[in-house]
Design a protein around this ligand. Structure first.
Ligand code: NAI
Length: 469
């Protein structure tokens, strides 16, 4: 079994950055180099000002401060890092394909393939390759084919070790994972590669929390985990729609059913809909795989989780328009929150983007405040769903969307407020002041059930919650 002292990770994003920072923190004897083709991203990881790290995660800056320059390095020299490493993690993005076969469904593996070809080209000695990216079943096999047929005779063992961290709690998830999953070949070589990676994690994770499986089980476990998690959200959101019609309260239902140990209390919070870069992409990928293997009933079953999520976002936007007397044209709507969840600056697939799109189509004027998301990011998100670059309509977009640095100015003279992210600071606002400065009737649509309706209704707000009849 090879003892690992030099690790390279390709991809310095939301997974690669925090994951490698924690490995470096917990294993001072291992040199960890994170590489990326995005020069700005690497420069930000190396910035002396830790507030400039490209990713916001509670606790991340401290870990980087501890390990960076000691045994944690960020670099754009991909070839050198590959050459030096005994073990290479691949942590590049695997978005949904936007073209050709499988468009809108399958995972786009072009970045993975490019990595494999580069590793094969550069490597002079044997290496262990670890898939950290979420990949469809049997990708390891494809990787192995590319690596072992295009290289210079070096040997590669492929492991699958999907990452289960959640954004917003990435550092604590990585420091105390529920489990680590490692899939490898059943051959002697494969088993020895598994042992090398187990030894890395054993520096801080108890052995009984490290699960080893076959490669394909490991790959499919990640898709399954995300499908189950998203399914819980869509299930409780489906019930929220029924609550609103009947006068039941979805939070009471969550508490009541969550007390059943067979169901459990986590992931039962109803909301405007799930977002994030993974749930939708991974379920679409699962659906695509099921259709590919001619299992249409299974595909339809999982696809419904996405449809329910789209319905929930649409229902929220439509309720705003309906309540504001059937039009939001020219009306000022304040958005609190743009990130897909609290404690992250990640906006990928955020429900806010889709709600904003529907309101903009009804000609609303949207004033946005988010404590961690930049103005540039918000406009990039809107452009990607609303209008092609440079079109006439894009100008309107800039005219009708205003991003604020201060929540109170965003809400001043608004017809309505919509809460899209569950940031804790929203609970602490001076809601009396907000009410006084708003147009009346003062509507508040709480898409995350974060502020107390009783208190706000006492002030005079007309409050609409998810799943409260
Ligand atoms: P990301 O987009 O934040 O980061 C990927 C990075 O890889 C980018 O900085 C990109 O420039 C770089 N890259 C792409 N091709 C490259 C190449 N050939 N050479 C060097 N660098 C290259 O993506 P994120 O969120 O970190 O996700 C990575 C993978 O992890 C995906 O497969 C995702 O499904 C999975 N995952 C993501 C989680 C999350 O919470 N974001 C959680 C668990 C898994």
């Amino acid at each position: 079994v090879k003892t690992i002292t030099n690790i390279c990770c390709i991809g310095a994003g939301y997974v690669g950055g925090p994951t490698m920072a924690v490995i470096a923190q917990k294993c001072p004897h291992i040199k960890v180099t994170v590489v990326d083709v995005n020069e700005q991203r690497i420069a930000d990881w190396n910035d002396a000002d830790l507030n400039k790290l490209p990713i916001y995660e509670p606790g991340l800056a401290d870990v980087v401060a501890e390990a960076r320059g000691r045994n944690l390095f960020f670099s754009t020299d991909v070839d050198q890092a590959i050459d030096e490493a005994q073990m290479i993690f691949i942590s590049v993005n695997t978005p949904t394909k936007t073209y050709g076969v499988g468009k809108g469904m399958a995972a786009d593996l072009k970045y993975i393939e490019l990595c494999a070809r580069q590793i094969a080209k550069v490597s002079k000695d044997d290496k262990i390759i670890v898939e950290k990216s979420t990949l469809p079943v049997r990708t390891a096999e494809a990787l192995s084919t590319i690596l072992n047929s295009t290289g210079n005779g070096a040997n590669f063992d492929i492991l699958s070790s999907p990452e289960f961290l959640a954004e917003g709690t990435a550092i604590s998830d990585l420091q105390k994972p529920d489990r680590i999953l490692i899939g490898g070949d059943e051959t002697e070589k494969g088993q020895s590669a598994i042992k090398s990676l187990v030894a890395v994690y054993e520096n801080w994770v108890p052995r009984e929390n490290i699960i080893t499986t076959r490669v394909w089980s490991s790959e499919l476990s990640k898709l399954t985990a995300n499908a189950f998690l998203a399914q819980r959200v869509s299930s409780i959101n489906a019930i929220s729609a029924l609550c609103e019609k009947t006068g039941a309260d979805v939070d009471e239902i969550s508490r009541a059913i969550g007390a059943d140990s067979r169901i459990g209390s986590k992931f039962l919070k109803s909301s405007v809909g799930f977002g994030g870069s993974c749930f939708q992409k991974d379920i679409l990928n699962l659906v695509y795989l099921c259709r590919h293997f001619n299992l249409p009933e299974v595909a339809d079953y999982w696809e419904q989780v996405i449809k329910m999520n789209d319905y929930q976002k649409h229902r929220f936007a439509k309720n705003i328009i309906d309540t504001l007397f059937n039009t939001v044209s020219g009306k000022k709507i304040a958005f609190l929150g743009w990130a897909f969840k609290k404690d992250t600056n990640d906006t990928r697939e955020s429900a806010a983007i889709y709600v904003a799109k529907e309101l903009l189509e009804d000609r609303a004027e949207i004033h946005i405040y988010d404590p961690k998301v930049s103005k540039e990011q918000i406009f990039a998100d809107l452009k990607s769903v609303c209008h092609p670059e440079g079109s006439e309509a894009t100008k309107d977009l800039f005219k009708n969307v205003i991003v604020h640095k201060d929540p109170y100015t965003a809400m001043q003279s608004a017809h309505a407020i919509a809460i899209l992210t569950e940031w804790d600071e929203f609970k602490t606002y001076d809601w009396n002041k907000v009410y006084d400065e708003m147009l009346k009737p003062a509507f508040l649509f709480d898409g995350r059930n974060v502020v107390s309706n009783e208190e706000l209704e006492k002030i005079g707000f007309q409050v609409y919650n998810i799943g409260k009849g």
